[in-house]
Design a protein around this ligand. Sequence first.
Ligand SMILES: [Zn+2]
Length: 100
Amino acid sequence: MRSAPIEADSNRAIATLDGNAIAGTLLDVFGIEMTDAKCKCAGCDAQFHIAETEVYLRAPGTVVRCHRCRATVMVFVTVRDVTCVDLGGLAALERAAERR
Ligand SMILES: [Zn+2]
């Protein structure tokens, strides 16, 4: 698993990872590998793979943002072993084609 470098500039002092950081969470929720799934941001219509998103693990829950406009596209909150998922920031989510 590859992580994006941790940014410490004055604008974004919170550690930012890429979508690969939530591979395990996505597998738990969707039951399949999803980091290379295609999604579309509802805010700016950008299309990208989940691996390209910006992930904040230390927000209240896990917050996933569009790498282009920084809109929140997904939120995962786990309480008492139940993970609640908000995909409201996505206009589309399409799982990757199965590899053979
Ligand atoms: Zn966007």
